[in-house]
Ligand binder design. Sequence first.
Ligand SMILES: Cc1cc2nc3c(=O)[nH]c(=O)nc-3n(C[C@H](O)[C@H](O)[C@H](O)COP(=O)(O)OP(=O)(O)OC[C@H]3O[C@@H](n4cnc5c(N)ncnc54)[C@H](O)[C@@H]3O)c2cc1C
Length: 277
Amino acid sequence: MIPPIARRFIAGTTADSALDHVRAQNDAGITCLMNKLGEHYHDQQPAREDTQAYQELIKTLAQEDVGASVSVKPSQIGLFIDEETFSTNFANIVETAAAHDIRVWLDMEDHTTTDATIQAYRDNVSTYEEIGICLQANLKRTSSDIQTLAETNGWIRLVKGAYSEPDDIAFSSTEKIDTQYKELLDMLFESYDGRIAAGTHDPAMIEYVHELHETYDRSFQHQMLMGVRMDRQRELAQDYDVAQYVPYGPEWMAYFYRRLREKKENLLFGLRAVLTG
Ligand SMILES: Cc1cc2nc3c(=O)[nH]c(=O)nc-3n(C[C@H](O)[C@H](O)[C@H](O)COP(=O)(O)OP(=O)(O)OC[C@H]3O[C@@H](n4cnc5c(N)ncnc54)[C@H](O)[C@@H]3O)c2cc1C
């Protein structure tokens, strides 16, 4: 059972409760990226169970015509066990997704997982194009990854990056990451024929994406998290393609605390909810 203050960010502990939230977003013109919370598994069983859970979810999305894709963390389906387990589990998810015409996203975790995540994306996107991968603007390698992945036909979600990384491979200053984010957006709009997603809540980045969209006339998708700037999401959905990342599942605690720590706005929200019951 999720306490009321966490319900802003997490759509319940079950797929059914998350689907209720997703349907409500669909009614407001917003599609969703459903993520069953879970990461860093070192045993086969939870990795296999979550793989199967995603396969079941994909079938439900197709059968019930829900406007959503799935977004999977590599370490949730076996990357920290071994690359073969990850690759097999991901291929199984993609096979089910392809059979039901549902898009699959790969979230990106810390830099130790980047190569294997890109490899899994490459291995599968050649046979099923409705696959997306998240790339992080704080990593110095990302401009080169964007260049080499331009030959594939999948989707790219650009984010600033949520993990604290070593200085030799990553930018750490906010200003530098913001500049980098814009430069990488330039690259995406210059060299990708659509299939671009901007995963950000930052008003300056959102405005910049709109400018690029005007200049290049390329399609793109806004992606934002459940519970963050929800009014803005609904507003943007009047004119743009908006997808909301919707986490759910019994493993909600770590994700909730990460959200609270991330922003003063979220902390104030948590505090207000505790004080007002
Ligand atoms: C859909 C989605 C998927 C993601 N997937 C990944 C992933 O796979 N791997 C990964 O490393 N990271 C991922 N992230 C997280 C991302 O890397 C950033 O850590 C996170 O989005 C914060 O950066 P930002 O660009 O939103 O804004 P920030 O740089 O954190 O903030 C800039 C401005 O945005 C506004 N803002 C930001 N947050 C809030 C808030 N909570 N409430 C109100 N205003 C706010 C404020 O005006 C703020 O000043 C994802 C993010 C999204 C939205």
